[in-house]
Design a protein around this ligand. Structure first.
Ligand code: PLP
Length: 438
């Protein structure tokens, strides 16, 4: 079996990635070329062990360093009923941002007291639904929502977190920076005081803590430390002014993962060490009791666990310019490159050990010139019928998938110890016409 030592690219794939005796990429003990045959392509393969390992890693690294921690998986990264059952089994909470995500969580009886509900423009219906479900915490994003919730809650008393926009740049792609001043998310600094005062004087609202979320794909720890200081200093000021007690601090998600061999993010243990010591130190300085800590990782839980398999079709070499390898999926199932110029690594699953012989661009089958999955990647010679396996497709690919060009959204399978389970069926042509009315 070939491992990471002989093939560094494999380190970007799930922990169970190997090259089997046929020279094929294997995930969770399953031959990916056989999976592509059996379930067709595009196919998203999730490795169960990688998922469970990451859940455990977050729980252990933060939990061992801090007295009271909840890891709430951020469902927007990828949501599926089977996945939610794993998340639940691993003892994580859940962060949902819409009535739709909440409905899916409810459909598998996810424990509602472990659900957190942020979102910058929740509707009255979504707030009512959250109240009826008894979600653990509604994360109030703005004064408008605070007033709406006060009205809707009526006799029901609700525990809330206030999401503050800390005005800190996490140095990620600008589309992924949510905690900067120029952001639609969270209470602007000038409204923080009013939000606390209003919530504290409203009998049916119980502000138990503060929330921030800096952005996604973050490779630096310092922005978290800065934001924690801002939150705790504000909490101390509000204790002084209104008697506000900070029982919970939710620092959002955003922990970056490694998409390429060149760009390595800090380990979860490093995030955990510096974040928890910042909270502990600052609380000591400000004489605050240690709040319960909530973290909301999404990408860092599912990103590496998911691999996308495509079948190569047309190979178009433009002499002196570029060679396009078009596959049977593309921006319809993974818009990340088209949207943010995101980078991924890939192998040819049926030729993993063959020598790379130059750069190709992996393009999709959608009618957009920007429909590219990977630009300029070194691969062995690719011919029609080969299976391209793209690493780190577990997060923010399928949740943003569309039916553009009336394409069918892919199937998803879960692999573990040589067994595979279909956890989402491929869409059918019937699915495409079902909602249209004449
Ligand atoms: C409020 C909130 N929490 C958590 C996350 C998860 O972020 P990530 O997947 O980068 O960990 C997001 C994503 O944007 C978010 O908006």
């Amino acid at each position: 079996m070939t491992t990471i030592q002989t093939m560094p690219k494999l380190s970007l794939f799930p922990v169970t990635a190997e090259v089997n005796e046929k020279g094929h990429l294997s995930l969770g003990g399953c031959d990916t070329v056989a999976l592509a045959e059996e379930f067709s392509t595009p196919l998203y393969v999730f490795d169960e062990l990688s998922l469970r390992n990451r859940c455990a890693e977050f729980k252990t690294e933060f939990g061992n360093r801090y007295p009271d921690t909840t890891v709430a998986y951020s469902a927007k990264a990828f949501m599926n009923k089977a996945l939610l059952l794993i998340i639940q089994e691993e003892g994580l909470g859940l962060d949902v941002v819409s009535g739709g995500e909440l409905a899916i969580a409810r459909s598998v009886n996810f424990p509602m007291d472990r659900v957190y509900f942020p979102g910058n423009n929740k509707s009255a219906e979504e707030l009512e639904m959250a109240l009826q479900c008894g979600v653990g915490r509604i994360v109030v994003d703005n004064l408008h929502e605070l007033n709406m919730l006060r009205e809707i809650a009526g006799e029901r008393c609700t525990n809330i977190l206030l999401r503050l926009s800390p005005g800190i740049d996490p140095h990620t792609h600008r589309y992924n920076a949510t905690g900067i001043v120029d952001s639609k998310f969270g209470l602007t600094a000038s409204t923080w005081d009013e939000a606390v005062a209003t919530a504290m004087s409203t009998p049916n609202l119980n502000p138990v803590g503060l929330h921030f979320h800096l952005g996604s794909g973050i490779f630096e720890i310092e922005p978290y430390q800065k934001a924690i200081d801002v939150m705790l200093e504000f909490a101390a000021a509000m204790r002084q002014k209104y008697g506000f007690e900070l029982s919970e601090l939710d620092i959002g998600g955003g922990f970056g993962i490694q998409y390429t061999l060149e760009a390595e993010p800090p380990l979860i243990s490093a995030f955990a060490e510096l974040i928890t010591s910042e909270i502990t130190g600052k609380c000591r300085e400000l004489k605050l009791l240690l709040p319960k800590l909530i973290i909301e990782p999404g990408r860092a839980i599912v990103g590496r666990a998911g691999v996308a398999l495509y079948r190569a079709g047309v190979v178009k070499a433009i002499p002196g310019i570029r060679c396009y390898v078009s596959v049977d999926g593309g921006m319809g199932d993974n818009i990340r490159h088209a949207l943010y110029g995101a980078k991924h690594e890939a192998v040819v699953a049926n030729k993993v050990m063959e020598k790379e012989d130059g750069k190709v661009t992996i393009s999709g089958k959608f009618c957009e010139p920007g429909d590219v999955l990977i630009r300029d990647i070194n691969l062995p010679p690719v011919t029609a019928g080969d299976i391209i396996a793209i690493a780190d497709c577990g997060a923010y690919c399928l949740p943003m998938a569309s039916n553009y060009n009336a394409s069918l959204r892919p199937a998803v399978v879960l692999a573990r110890e040589g067994k595979v389970r279909l956890i989402r069926r491929r869409e059918t042509l019937e699915d495409l016409t079902q909602r249209d009315l004449l």
